[in-house]
Design a protein around this ligand. Structure first.
Ligand code: NI
Length: 158
């Protein structure tokens, strides 16, 4: 496992669309391990593959206090509802945060690190993280949706 360097805003890789994963190669398995390690090292609650320069449909999320890593390969949002408005940040935009409105409930289908299909439902922070990370796979950043100005923050959050 290794910590990978995180691409920051302005890097064109963050604006590209990702390709679907059809087979979990050893290289992609290693990528997933590295993404988790990189997310934890940077105290993020989520990380998408393009943030480490790989244009594949893979995100990792952990919004819990105790380690509870979620791996979502080829995630597809099936349903969403409600609304939440709150601060959001991104490891690719260090030191900044801004207000974004997201659904308050999301149901997503994805494959896990064993390429087994599963359905995940999330509310509150988990719903926000799923939306934020899935956006990354389409080249969308939260600053595209921010309401008002970006703020400077001491702690980085995703
Ligand atoms: Ni992000």
């Amino acid at each position: 496992m290794a910590i990978r360097s995180i691409r920051t805003e302005g890097d064109p890789v963050l604006r590209k669309h990702c390709r679907k994963v059809t087979e979990l190669t050893p290289k992609l398995a290693e990528l997933i391990e590295d993404m988790l390690e990189t997310m934890y090292e940077n105290n993020g609650v989520g990380l998408a593959a393009p943030q480490v320069g790989v244009l594949r449909n893979i995100v990792v999320i952990d919004v819990d206090e105790e380690p509870n890593p979620l791996v979502l390969i080829n995630p597809e949002i099936l349903e969403f509802s409600g609304e939440q408005t709150g601060d959001e940040g991104c490891l690719s935009i260090p030191g900044k945060a801004g207000v974004v409105t997201r659904p308050d409930y999301v149901k997503v289908q994805a494959m896990d690190e064993n390429m087994e299909s599963f359905v995940l439902e999330g509310t509150e922070l988990l719903a926000r993280a799923i939306c934020h990370e899935c956006d990354h796979l389409q080249g969308t950043l939260y600053i595209d949706k921010v309401e008002g100005e970006l703020k400077d923050v001491v702690h980085e959050e995703e």
